[in-house]
Design a protein around this ligand. Structure first.
Ligand code: FE2
Length: 182
């Protein structure tokens, strides 16, 4: 059975990416059906929530890392949170281009994110690295899940963007994972 874009499950009890636009503006006519655009916007909202949560975790670890590897991890986390921060804008603006509002609140993100919230108590440095490996792997899996959905709807720009996100997350997970090897 082939996947249909309309089958993307909404997480939670309400749509997180409601459609936007007003009676005064022309209808969106970019060759992707309204139903498919809605489904893709929901999927992208989940990727956005997870990316944002991972961004905040990484920035928190940049602030709170301690120990003999402080310098290298502090700098590495900065490079990573900067990349993640930039990507949230690209994901959110793709949702807007598809005619939906992008979620952007802690309340909404916490409802739909799969990546767990930032730990209350800063973990030890190598535990931070472990948490970030899992986070990048999780976002990669979530993004990858939606690539065929976008492809089947003919939404190549979204499919390409999600593919690029997977490349970054897989590479970052590898770099972090390497720190944990003896
Ligand atoms: Fe800083």
């Amino acid at each position: 059975m082939t996947k249909k874009a309309g089958k993307v499950p909404a997480k939670g009890d309400k749509k997180v990416a409601p459609s936007s636009g007003s009676a005064g503006a022309p209808r969106i006519n970019i060759g992707i059906s309204e139903r498919d655009r809605a489904a893709i916007a929901e999927g992208l909202s989940r990727v956005l929530a997870d990316t944002y949560t991972l961004y905040l975790t990484t920035h928190n670890f940049h602030w709170n890392v301690t120990g003999p590897h402080f310098n290298s991890l502090h700098a590495m986390f900065m490079q990573q949170y900067t990349e993640l921060w930039g990507s949230t804008d690209v994901i959110a603006e793709r949702i807007r281009a598809l005619g939906h509002y992008a979620p952007g609140s802690y309340a909404e993100f916490s409802k739909i994110a799969t990546v767990p919230d930032v730990p209350q108590q800063p973990p030890k440095a190598m535990e931070m690295v472990r948490i970030l490996v899992k986070g990048h792997e999780t976002v990669s899996r979530i993004a990858r899940e939606f690539i065929p959905v976008a492809e089947e709807a003919g939404d190549d720009p979204t499919a390409d963007m999600l593919t690029a996100r997977c490349t970054v997350h897989d590479q970052t997970a590898w770099m972090l994972r390497s720190l944990l090897e003896e």
